[in-house]
Design a protein around this ligand. Structure first.
Ligand SMILES: Cc1cc2nc3c(=O)[nH]c(=O)nc-3n(C[C@H](O)[C@H](O)[C@H](O)COP(=O)(O)OP(=O)(O)OC[C@H]3O[C@@H](n4cnc5c(N)ncnc54)[C@H](O)[C@@H]3O)c2cc1C
Length: 429
């Protein structure tokens, strides 16, 4: 039997890889480039729509634990990211084009893989729906019907990318916070006067008009920089522009610092970390140009805000990301309310594992809640009146109360790895 996957993003590609490795035949339907989403810009599979960072590599951070578990599950996204990585201190950042190409090449190695460039607006049995936060309207309407109108919307924001050659290096320096790891960040310091001028311009700048919503409900980690700035004059200085641990060549600490992170292997592009924004393009040039190092910055891509759709998963989904209504239909990725690149990919692995079990008439399974993927899946599927998207974090794990605070994260990491290893062995995955 051929399994249909709708959406060639992170979750869809990861699910396809799992199915193909198990010998199943996969038909993947990706609508780009025939029909683009408002944020994707290429026809590549597994395109990273915003940041090129897949977050922390620290094995005792929640994102690090997620990566450890995904490595045990032989994640295609993780392997490809490790091959396409660019220097980013303690984070796993990638050359986004190389990353997508590696994934596409790996899938194309399987004779049983067929890719169709086509928008789908129907829901058939034996399908994994992984169409992401920018699911096309036609399919979104169909999903709405399928889920008895329990679909929700919210909004997300992307940060601008500037050309390295346009950054004034007289006013910028490379360095990492407290000199930890490599000096991969490009720091743009500001004096108090410069910062206050910038802050005032930012809170008074013109925003782009958003069409089909009135009160955007934005995930806190993607809050537009202008919204953060309006919370108080020092909010940015305690957030994305915090100067602590950043010293220039003369050992001076600035009043505020905008940090730029490498976007591509060639070192030509940098994104302004934490500067996701809904300002008009002109306002971005005017306001961000008040940062001395960026006064002549050329924007390779402006920051933008987009629709972000996700299901009311606690009502719609059951174990293993199967639809309660029909367990031959699975949802995966951000559309299920997992938040983040790696989390989306992880849900794709679980959906595929369970699709393979459904084909053999086996029961649906999920990793133990002491693993981070198990805990996140449990959260997504558990009763919750105010369901909101969720990323991997230690707060989801059962608390370890008889462990000293300074070693708790390391203990979470150890317990999670053991739990995932047991799960994999138990079901011969
Ligand atoms: C603007 C924006 C910025 C984001 N920034 C970040 C970030 O910086 N870091 C982070 O960790 N997460 C970020 N996210 C959240 C999330 O991690 C990503 O959206 C991630 O790509 C989700 O993976 P996915 O596989 O679920 O969906 P996607 O990667 O979006 O893949 C879905 C695919 O389905 C296709 N598709 C849609 N409808 C149809 C249809 N009807 N038929 C056929 N194909 C269809 C799309 O073209 C797309 O290729 C962001 C999300 C948005 C919207």
């Amino acid at each position: 039997m051929r399994i249909k996957i709708i959406g060639g993003g992170l979750a869809g590609c990861e699910a396809a890889y799992r199915l193909l490795k198990a010998g199943a035949a996969v038909e993947m339907y990706e609508m780009r480039p025939v029909k683009m989403t408002p944020a994707h810009t290429t026809s590549q599979l597994a395109e990273l729509v915003c940041s090129n960072s897949l977050k922390s590599l620290d094995p005792t951070s929640a994102q690090g634990v997620l990566k450890t578990e995904m490595r045990l599950l032989d994640s295609l996204v993780l392997k490809s990211a490790e091959t396409a990585h660019v220097p980013a201190g303690g984070a796993l950042a990638v050359d986004r084009y190389a990353f997508s190409q590696i994934i596409e090449n790996e899938l194309n190695k399987f004779a049983n893989f067929k890719l169709f460039r086509q928008e789908i607006d129907t829901i058939d049995q034996y399908t994994i729906i992984a169409t992401g936060p920018l699911t096309s309207d036609a399919l979104a309407n169909r999903i709405k019907q399928f889920t008895d109108n329990e679909n929700l919307n919210f909004f997300d924001a992307a940060a601008p990318i500037v050309e390295f050659s346009s950054i004034d290096m007289e006013h910028a320096f490379f360095g990492s916070r407290y000199n930890k790891g490599d000096a991969d960040y490009l720091n743009c310091p500001m004096t108090k006067e410069e910062y206050l001028l910038f802050h005032n311009a930012l809170i008074n700048a013109t925003c782009a008009k958003l069409k089909d919503f009135e009160t955007p409900n934005v995930f806190e980690g993607c809050m537009p920089v202008e919204v953060l700035a309006k919370r108080g004059v020092d909010t940015l200085r305690f957030g994305p522009m915090r100067p602590v641990g950043l010293y220039d060549k003369s050992g001076n600490r600035a009043y505020a610092v905008a940090q730029l992170r490498l976007e591509d292997c060639a070192g030509l592009l940098y994104n302004i970390v934490g500067f996701q924004t809904n300002l008009t393009f002109k306002a971005q040039r005017d306001v961000f140009g008040l940062i001395p190092a960026l006064k002549n910055a050329i924007f390779a891509r402006y920051g933008v805000m987009h629709r972000n759709s996700y299901l009311n998963s606690p009502r719609v989904l059951t174990t293993g990301f199967a639809a309660k209504k029909d367990t031959t239909i699975f949802f995966a990725g951000q559309l299920t309310g997992v938040e983040g690149y790696m989390e989306s990919a992880a849900s794709g692995i679980l959906a595929a594992i369970n699709m393979l079990r459904i084909l053999k008439n086996d029961s649906l399974i999920s990793p133990p809640t002491t693993s981070i993927i198990g805990a996140l899946s449990h959260y997504i599927m558990s009763e919750n009146k105010n369901f909101q998207p969720m990323r991997a974090c230690f707060g989801l794990l059962p608390f370890l109360d008889n462990v000293k605070k300074d070693v708790r994260h390391a203990e979470y990491a150890k317990r999670s790895e053991e739990a995932m290893t047991r799960f994999i062995n138990q079901y011969s995955l």
